[in-house]
Structures are given as C-alpha cells and as structure tokens.
Design a protein around this ligand. Structure first.
Ligand SMILES: [Zn+2]
Length: 307
C-alpha cells in the first residue's frame, strides 16, 4: 500500500482512506512483554503525535464532567501504559468484574443452589447457594473514562500519516442515571472497514468476534449469570454492513445507513457510514458489544497483514 503523508482526521472519513490515528483491539488476556493481565483487555493504540493534545483535551473534558462521584478521578491513572510501540502509544484497559459471591446463603434456595419448586438451578443465586452482590462502580467508571477518551479521540484536530487505514471510530455514552437504553454507542465506519466487511460471507457467524464477546461478558459477570452462547451474534451484512448482538432486549449495533446505490461498491470503491445501537441498557452490554467490534478490528488488520 502506498505511503500516505499528512492527512487531516475527518477529512472525509466516510469517503476515503484516512491513516489510522487510533485503534481499538481486544485480547482475551494479555501476556506480552512486561505486562501480564489475566482479565480480558482492550488495547487502545493511539498515534503518538496526538498524545499530548489528547491528554490535554481529556483533562478539559473531565473538568467539565457533571457526574460528581467521578469528577476527581484521573483518566486511567491505574492502568499500565505500555512502552513505545513504533508510531503508536498503547494503553491497556482491563475489563472489570461486577458480580461477586457473598458469604450469605441465598434466601430463595436456602443455600442449596436448586429451586425445588421448578426442579432447576436457583436463578436468584445462579446455583451458587450464596447471595450475589452486584458492584457496578468499576464498570461505570471504565465506561465513563472511555466516553471521555473516545470522544476526545473522535474530535481531535491533527494531521496523521501512515499506511494502515483508520477502520472505525467509536462514541460511547455514559448512561448512569438515565433511562434504560442510555448506555448507547455508535460511531463511524471507514471505506477500508466497509471494504473488508464486504469481503466476508453474508450473515455467517464471525467466530472470533462472537467468542470475544462471550469471553468479555462472562468475565464481567464472573462465574454467574452465564448466558447461553446463542445470545451472541456477529456477522457481516451485504455491501459492507455489520451486525453485532449480545444478550438483552434486542441489544445490538449496526449501520445507521448504508448507501442504497451500491454500484460504486461493485467497483471496489467503498463508502463508509455511521453506526448506532439499539437497547443498550448497561455497562455490561456496552463493553461486550465493544469487545465484539474490537475483535472485528483485529481480524481486519490481520487480513490486511496476511494479504
Ligand atoms: Zn439460590
């Protein structure tokens, strides 16, 4: 691929190649170099030249934030930053856990783990026999920080250069204190990503991305609330679209609009688009869908590398 020199971010991100200024990647766990993490992680790779501007911008956004309990927290202060990785700076973001077993016996099943009325596993304690406690703070804090960081990354004004294209952008919304469905996420897909998606079989499960979501979801809820794998779906739609679903009430992400005139696609001249979500009710769903999308990112990069 030819080297592309300076490009302004958002210089027609839906219409043409723009060099990557950030990437969102997913790992089931991380055992690279000096960083070991047993939790699944997002790896956010940020174009080095924009780091200073970015952190200044995120500090401004954090100051403007109105969600009081998080106001004083600094962005990702406890997250290890990886050493320099060429043109990119990497931030490792471990997923949080929200469901914990307490020492108290479950009142519904008396600690036996079985619901004798229906002769099945007790749904209140997920068969553990213990009262389960939900601690959402870490997940909320992570989503909140991602909202600030990804928002700053989406709107940063800077020239970038490089050969790998930006694949998509993400905006996520911190839904705390708002009605169900407020943990929204959306963003942009670039022509490069749409082109790769269009090369995949239509509506066939993309195993790596679906598995990434199952791993992320099951880690966040611990050994509890484990879902039937059928609630997770990832596939490419025709003409460069995509569909990602996780357990919930029709909880999914998909293109807002794919151009109706696909003749240009036939010529390999792909167009990007905006993407959005439906019924994302919790940080659990928000992070799970993001894991699916990040895994698609990794597949697309791998495909380009293998070419
Ligand atoms: Zn129980």
């Amino acid at each position: 691929m030819k080297k592309v020199d300076e490009f302004y971010i958002f210089d027609a991100i839906h219409e043409r190649f723009v060099p990557a200024w950030y990437e969102l990647s997913f790992r089931k766990k991380l055992t690279e170099g000096d960083i070991r993490c047993d939790a699944p992680v997002f790896v956010l790779r940020i174009y080095r030249k924009i780091i200073d501007t970015l952190f200044k911008k995120t500090a401004e956004l954090a100051r403007l934030d109105v969600w009081m309990p998080l106001r004083s927290t600094f962005l990702f202060e406890r997250v290890p930053r990886r050493k320099d990785e060429g043109m990119f700076h990497e931030i490792v973001i471990p997923l949080p856990q929200v469901v914990f077993e307490t020492n108290n016996s479950c009142l519904t099943c008396g600690g036996g783990g079985k619901d004798t009325d229906i002769g099945a596993m007790c749904r209140m304690c997920d068969g553990t026999g213990h009262v389960l406690e939900y601690r959402w703070d870490d997940a909320r804090i992570l989503c909140h920080r991602l909202e600030i960081l990804l928002s700053a990354l989406r709107h940063i004004d800077c020239c970038v250069s490089g050969t790998a294209p930006q694949l998509f952008t993400v905006k996520i919304f911190f839904g705390q204190g708002r009605p169900l469905g407020s943990w929204m996420l959306g963003g942009d897909v670039t022509p490069a990503f749409a082109g790769w998606l269009s090369s995949l079989p239509v509506r066939e499960n993309i195993k790596e991305a679906t598995t990434a979501m199952i791993v992320a979801y099951n880690y966040i809820v611990g050994a509890h609330m484990k879902e039937d794998d059928s609630g997770f779906r990832t596939w490419a739609e025709k003409n460069g679209g995509f569909y990602i679903q996780c357990p919930g009430n029709a909880c999914n992400i998909y293109p807002s609009r794919v151009r109706a005139d696909f003749q240009s696609l036939a010529a390999g001249n792909y167009e990007g688009y905006e993407w959005e979500c439906h019924n994302v009710d919790s940080p659990l769903q928000q992070l799970t869908l993001l894991a699916g999308l990040a895994a698609l990112h990794d597949l697309a990069r791998k495909a380009a590398h293998d070419d």
